[in-house]
Structures are given as structure tokens and as C-alpha cells.
Design a protein around this ligand. Structure first.
Ligand code: S3P
Length: 759
């Protein structure tokens, strides 16, 4: 506040001179005052009244109309004049400050940077090292010092565009100036700044001016505006901005503005054609992409979560603290199956016709798949409460995406996409988050290469994957070295585009959702024993899809009930595809009281309500043939083992080492923290359980989920039988498969609190 004796602003200039006391310069002074800036603030402006008003408002200490009288003792000069006035002001400055010591820092606030840099070069011979060009991305349709707003820059970006030879301390001082005003300071080069601003600021202003002017000309008496509703007001607010300032900007940033205007005109003309032709798919595709982009933008502004944020920002760290004890009671419906959700979008997009999906998992993994298809031009409505409508584009209707397709944490998306994209006419690139970047992709790239695809991977067969389009694929007969539904599905999807037959033999049965769903879309997939095959060159026909609840998510509550005395839980509408029921078989072998009720078939997949009640569990040797059928369920099953009487032994599960984390190691480390005895081997683990229902089975402590959703949820349910709080780190990725896990866990009686989540 003005009058505070301590400078709390972080900006230590002793005398700041603002040249041009309008909205931007005035708001800078106001913000510094509020921040506790203790230096002198002077202003120079050709309009004496503006200076007088600035003094009266308490924003500046002194001022005048002549630069020469004001520059003495200034430690920093901020040029806040319109862009086209910049050169004469700089020339004036060069005269009155001929031997400007490097201690005087000069900066500006102009909206275009190339022209201002050119002014500086003309006036000074080169951009002086003590000059730091900058641009606060903030403003208002109001102008003049009277509109000064001390909060104008709070949480707004200020872009600095320093020259390579800039004096580093000058740069730091300008940074401090803006940070004192609450701004977020970043740096970029001049050219990039001008292109970005042409698109995000200059173009929208041009459109707003043009729209209002066009309507106003059509209606000289301006009667039409009486009927204008909120849409018009929202769209055109900025047409009330300062005309002189904007004229200057368009003259100064001509090239970049024209380039962005070309892009805009092309887009507008596409929309015009769509309206003319009544092309509802094209309209939906454009509006849907725009609407999602706008929500994404909102989420960036409000700092809330949106899966697309993965493109830009590291996820915040989320920690669960789970109280010991609690019950496990009630009826629950867990979210839709992740594997089927991915596939429903993929096949729906390639089908002819409209696919309506119910029960779609609105988790980050399947949303990443959905987003990727939008980026390839597919119109997708939703998701709204699990409902998604996909306007299929046919086998050859995908369009080249503008950039790499980002699939977040999802191995399934990356591997299935690699097959599907290998058959396209365009080049593509698949990228993912830190965990996915470590996972093996050679298992898909190698057989795809045998089919004739050209795929580049990073070292060791890791992502990103670069897939060259236009390859002529040929069917192969492939003997999979590991039991992987992802590899099988990848090859079947590539096989759709291949000449002849694609056959895949699996060493053990793996989930068969791809085969079932392809059949559901009218594409024949045959199977005999351990081999399935299809012929390339067919087509898919859209149809409704009902995605059941995910047995992998249900598992956490099955185990919660299986380990907690007095529990009785029913999980509704769970998919019980025979290739997924390893968890039911294993828990039953351990002695669990588990019943399948109301068994039925929904859209080609078997479904049931699963009721589970507590009875003491016993340790077992897990049959090796159950491993692929329970591959995602082991983190939770290890917690069941820790609560069973005797030793549970798992072998043949080396695949667990290449999931979202090394799950054998991650679980072993967490079990060690809780004090559960265990021994790991390369392909498995022995866990010594504590089956005493009268006592806690283990202690509490802090465990690291390593960003693996299933490790996080497994240790959360472990707390039901712990003696102390379990604190689980790095849980944000629970949202990849089970966004409402905490809510459901709380509903059955667990005490979970979440720290560090986005508000
Ligand atoms: C999946 C297959 C499994 C599984 C993954 C989903 C699928 O992976 O672990 O969560 O949807 O095809 P692998 O096929 O690599 O074992």
C-alpha cells in the first residue's frame, strides 16, 4: 500500500518513468502502488490532463509533457505509447539520454514486436543491450488513465522478447517489474510473439470491429442492436477498443495478421459450404472441435483439470491419505470398461454410419483416444454421462492430424493406434506421458514392419512412434511371443487394411474384445483354438454399443469386501467376459464367498452383478493359466494375499514389469513399507499373509504409487485392514481409469482424503 515503509513489491527501481500514461501505463503504476513499491513513479504524456489525473489518483508522484525534464535519475523507462508513436519517442529518448548508462533499463509494452525492434535499430543502430522489449497480454476496451486498474496484470501473461545479446540483469529487472504486478512472465522470440498475437488477439479484434461495422452499416439507425442478445455482446465487446491503437497494430503487424486472416477465411469458407450443403456431419465436427478447444482454454484459464491439459502442463501431484479400518457395504456401479471404451471409439470412427455408445468410461485414457480421433477429423458428440455419438468416417475417411497424437498414459491407445495408423495414407506420430515413454513398443512395431509398415521408434523400441503413411500392408501369420491383447488387437486393426489374411496366434488366451466388437460391426473375425484371423479390405457398419462396468475397476471393491470382516458388496452390471475373469477365479480359489447374479448378455459381452461377502481367505499358488486373465488385477490381488492365511505364490507374471509401472517392484516396495513379508522373483512374488480377522493385518506408512493408477487404488483399499494411515503418493493417474474412485470408496465406508488435487 502507498505509505508502507517496506518495499514488499520485489521491484527495487528507485525511479520509474512511464512514457504514455494511458490504461496500460496507468495500470502499471496502480499495480506497483498496491504491491508496495517504494520508488518514485513519474510519467510523461502529451496530455497534461492525463498527468494531472494520474497525480490526483495517487498513481504517480510527478509528471509532465517534456521527456527531457523527466528522465534525470530514472532507473527504468517504460515506453507505453501507441506502436506507431514508438519511433519518435525513442528518437527523443536517444537525444535526452544520449549517454544512457547501462544502469537505465528501457522496456516497452507494445503489442507488436518486430516493428518496435526495427524502430530501436533505426534509432540506436541496434537494440541496446539495456533495452528489453515486452508485451503485457492484458487490456480492456476502456482507455485513458482514469480506467487504470491495479489488478489488470494479476495472473496475466507478460511476454518478454529479449534480443540474444541482452544484458541479463536488465532482463531480470524487467521481469521483477511485472512479477511485482502479479503477472506471469515468459520469454519468446520476436517473430513467434507476433505470430501468436496475430492469431490470439489481433485477428479477434479485427473480426469484432468488422462484424459491428457491417451490422451498423446495414442499419444506419442502429435499430438492430436493440435486439442483439448475449452472443452479440460477448463476441463484440472488444470492438469498443481504442481505434488509434488498433490501427497502429494492424499496420505494424501486417504480415502475421494477413497470414492468420487467410487461415480464418479458409475455415469460414469451409463452414459456409457446410451450411450451404446442409452438411450436418461437417458442422458437428467443427463445432465439436471448437467447443472442446474452448473448454480446454477455460480449463487453462481457471487452472482446472481437463484431459487435454496433459498436452501443456505436468499434472499436479495428488496424494491420498486413507484412514485405517472402515467397512465395505453397499451396491455400487463402477465406471465403464476401459478396453471396450477405447475400442468403441476406434471402430465407431472407422465405421460407416453413426455409433451410439452407452457406458463409455470418461477416464483420461479413453478420453485421449476420443480426442485423437477428433484430431483426425471425426465428429464425436459427448461424452455426456457415458453417452458418446460417433459419426463414422469409413475405413478411409480419417484425416491427417495437425501434429503428434498424444495418448497420455495409455499403452492400449498407443499400441492399438499403431496398427490402425499403419494402414492410413498419411504420416502420423504417437506420443505419451513419462510412464508411457518408458514402455516397450517394439512388440507392435516389429510385427507391423513384417506386414510392410515403416515405423520409427526411439531408442530401445520406446515411444514416440513415427508411422509413415501410404504403406501397402500385407497380411502375416504371427506367433505372438507374449500373451498380449494389445499386440493381437494392433495386428488385427492393421489387418483390416492389409492385403489377404492376418492371423495371430496367442500363447495363452487374452481379452477378446477387439474380435467381439469387430464381429458386432459386421466384420468377420474367425477363431480356431489359439489363433484368430481376418481378411483385409472389408468395412465396418455402425451399431449401438453398451459398455459394461470394468471388472478391473470392480476388483478394488471385490478385494475390499474379501478382506474386511462383516462386508457385503454388490457390484452391478460388471463385464464377465471369460478372458477377463481371472480375478473371480483366483478369489474363489482363495476361499472368497462370491456369487454371480442376474447373468445376461449385453451387446455381445456377458454381464453380471457380482455379490461378495467376507469370509477368511487362504493363500494359494495362483494357477499360471489365470495370469493373462487377471493381468490388471494383481496389485489388488496382492493386497488380498497380504490378508490371507499363509503364502500366496505368483509365477509367470513377468508382463507385470512393463505395465504403467514395474508392478511387481512397486507393490513389493509398498508391501515392505506396511511390513508385509514377501519375496520377489523375476516373474512373480511370494506374499506371506496375515489372516487374523481380530487384528490389523499390517501397519501404515507412506507408499509411492509411481503414478500407476492401479498401485494407488490397491494401497487405498489395503487401509481397510491397516493399523495406521496409509499415505499414497502420486495418485493423479487414478483418473485414467477410475475418475470417481474416491467418491465410491467413501460411499462404501472408507476414509480417504485427497491432498493436492486441482480445486
Ligand atoms: C489391454 C490389454 C492388457 C491390459 C491393458 C488393457 C487391452 O495389456 O493390461 O490394461 O485393452 O487390450 P496387454 O495386452 O499388453 O497385456
Amino acid at each position: 500500500m502507498v505509505g508502507d515503509s517496506v518495499n514488499t513489491s520485489g521491484c527495487h527501481e528507485s525511479r520509474l518513468l512511464i512514457v504514455g500514461l494511458g490504461l496500460i501505463g496507468g495500470s502499471l503504476a496502480a499495480a506497483l502502488r498496491v504491491a508496495g513499491f517504494q520508488g518514485q513513479i513519474a510519467a510523461c504524456d502529451p496530455d497534461e490532463q492525463e498527468i494531472a489525473r494520474g497525480i490526483e489518483m495517487g498513481l504517480i508522484d510527478s509528471g509532465g509533457t517534456q521527456l527531457a525534464e523527466l528522465v534525470d535519475d530514472a532507473t527504468m523507462v517504460v515506453l507505453a505509447v501507441p506502436v506507431l508513436a514508438m519511433e519518435s519517442v525513442m528518437a527523443n529518448l536517444a537525444e535526452v539520454l544520449p549517454n544512457a548508462s547501462a544502469d537505465v533499463v528501457i522496456t516497452d509494452v507494445g503489442s507488436t514486436k518486430a516493428t518496435i525492434r526495427a524502430c530501436a535499430q533505426r534509432v540506436f543502430g541496434q537494440v541496446p543491450t539495456n533495452m528489453v522489449l515486452g508485451h503485457p497480454i492484458a487490456g480492456s476496451e476502456k482507455s485513458g488513465v482514469a480506467a487504470a486498474n491495479p489488478r489488470l496484470y494479476v495472473d496475466h501473461k507478460v511476454i518478454l522478447t529479449p534480443e540474444p545479446n541482452v544484458d541479463r540483469s536488465a532482463l531480470q529487472r524487467v521481469r521483477c517489474l511485472w512479477e511485482a504486478c502479479g503477472a506471469d512472465v515468459l520469454e519468446m522470440d520476436v517473430e513467434r510473439h507476433d505470430q501468436v498475437l496475430a492469431r490470439t488477439s489481433h485477428l479477434p479484434h479485427l473480426l469484432a470491429f468488422s462484424l459491428v461495422d457491417t451490422l451498423a452499416r446495414q442499419d444506419e439507425r442502429l435499430d438492430i442492436f436493440r435486439y442483439a442478445a448475449g452472443g452479440f455482446r460477448d463476441f463484440t465487446r472488444i470492438a469498443g477498443s481504442d481505434p488509434v491503437m488498433w490501427r497502429d497494430i494492424f499496420i505494424a503487424n501486417k504480415e502475421a495478421v494477413l497470414a492468420s486472416l487467410d487461415d480464418f477465411e479458409a475455415g469460414l469458407s469451409r463452414l459456409r459450404h457446410a451450411v450451404e450443403a446442409g452438411d450436418s456431419d461437417a458442422l458437428i465436427a467443427t463445432f465439436d472441435r471448437a467447443s472442446h478447444a474452448r473448454h480446454y482454454f477455460d480449463s487453462l484459464l481457471n487452472k482446472t483439470s481437463y484431459q487435454a491439459e496433459y498436452h501443456m502442463q505436468p499434472q499436479g501431484k495428488v496424494t491420498y491419505r486413507v484412514q485405517p479400518g472402515g467397512q465395505a457395504q453397499g451396491r455400487l456401479r463402477v465406471p465403464g470398461d476401459k478396453s471396450m471404451s477405447h475400442r468403441s471409439i476406434m471402430l465407431g470412427a472407422l465405421a460407416e454410419g453413426v455409433t451410439e455408445v452407452k457406458g463409455f468410461l470418461e477416464g483420461e485414457d479413453s478420453l485421449a483416444t476420443l480426442q485423437a480421433f477428433r484430431e483426425m477429423g471425426v465428429a464425436i458428440e459427448g461424452p455426456h454421462q457415458g453417452k458418446v455419438t460417433i459419426h463414422g468416417v469409413g475405413m478411409h475417411g480419417l484425416k491427417a492430424p495437425a501434429g503428434p497424437l498424444y495418448v497420455g498414459n495409455s499403452g492400449t491407445a498407443m499400441r492399438l493406434f499403431s496398427g490402425l495408423l499403419a494402414g492410413q495414407a498419411f504420416d502420423s506420430e504417437l506420443t505419451g506421458d513419462e510412464s508411457l515413454t518408458k514402455r516397450p513398443m517394439g512388440r507392435v512395431a516389429d510385427p507391423l514392419r513384417l506386414m510392410g509398415a515403416t515405423i520409427d521408434t526411439a531408442e530401445g523400441g520406446r515411444p514416440p512412434l513415427k508411422i509413415h503413411g501410404g504403406a501397402k500392408l500385407k497380411g502375416i501369420d504371427y506367433d505372438m511371443p507374449m500373451a498380449s491383447a494389445q499386440v493381437k488387437s494392433c495386428l488385427l486393426l492393421a489387418g483390416l487394411y492389409a492385403e489377404g489374411e492376418t492371423r495371430v496366434r496367442e500363447p495363452a488366451p487374452t481379452r477378446d474384445h477387439t474380435e467381439r466388437m469387430l464381429n458386432g460391426f459386421g466384420y468377420a473375425v474367425s477363431r480356431e483354438g489359439d489363433t484368430c484371423w481376418l481378411q483385409g479390405g472389408g468395412k465396418l457398419t455402425a451399431g449401438p454399443i453398451d459398455v459394461p462396468s470394468d471388472i478391473s475397476s470392480a476388483t478394488f471393491f471385490l478385494v475390499a469386501a474379501a478382506i474386511t470382516p462383516g462386508s457385503d458388496i454388490t457390484l452391478e452390471h460388471v463385464g464377465i467376459n471369460p478372458t477377463r475373469i481371472g480375478v473371480i477365479n483366483i478369489l474363489t480359489l482363495m476361499g472368497a464367498d462370491l456369487a454371480l447374479e442376474n447373468q445376461r448378455e449385453v451387446g455381445g459381452e456377458p454381464v453380471a452383478d457380482i455379490r461378495i461377502r467376507y469370509v477368511p481367505l487362504k493363500g494359494i499358488d495362483i494357477p499360471v493359466d489365470q495370469v493373462p486373465l487377471a493381468i490388471d488385477e494383481f496389485p489388488a490381488l496382492f493386497i488380498a494375499a497380504a490378508n490371507a492365511e499363509g503364502v500366496t505364490r505368483l509365477r509367470g507374471a513377468e508382463e507385470l514389469r512393463v505395465k504403467e509401472s514395474d508392478r511387481l517392484q512397486a507393490m513389493a516396495d509398498g508391501l515392505a513399507v506396511l511390513g508385509v513379508q514377501h519375496t520377489t522373483v523375476e516373474d512373480g512374488i511370494d506374499i506371506v499373509g496375515n489372516g487374523d480377522a481380530q487384528k490389523a493385518s499390517y501397519g501404515g506408512g507412506r507408499v509411492d504409487s509411481l503414478g500407476d493408477h492401479r498401485i494407488a487404488m490397491a494401497f487405498a483399499i489395503a487401509s481397510l485392514r491397516a493399523s495406521d494411515d496409509i499415505i499414497i503418493e502420486d495418485c493423479a493417474n487414478v483418473a485414467t481409469s477410475f475418475p470417481d474412485f474416491v467418491e465410491l470408496a467413501t460411499r462404501i465406508g472408507m476414509g480417504v482424503s485427497v491432498e493436492g488435487a486441482h480445486e
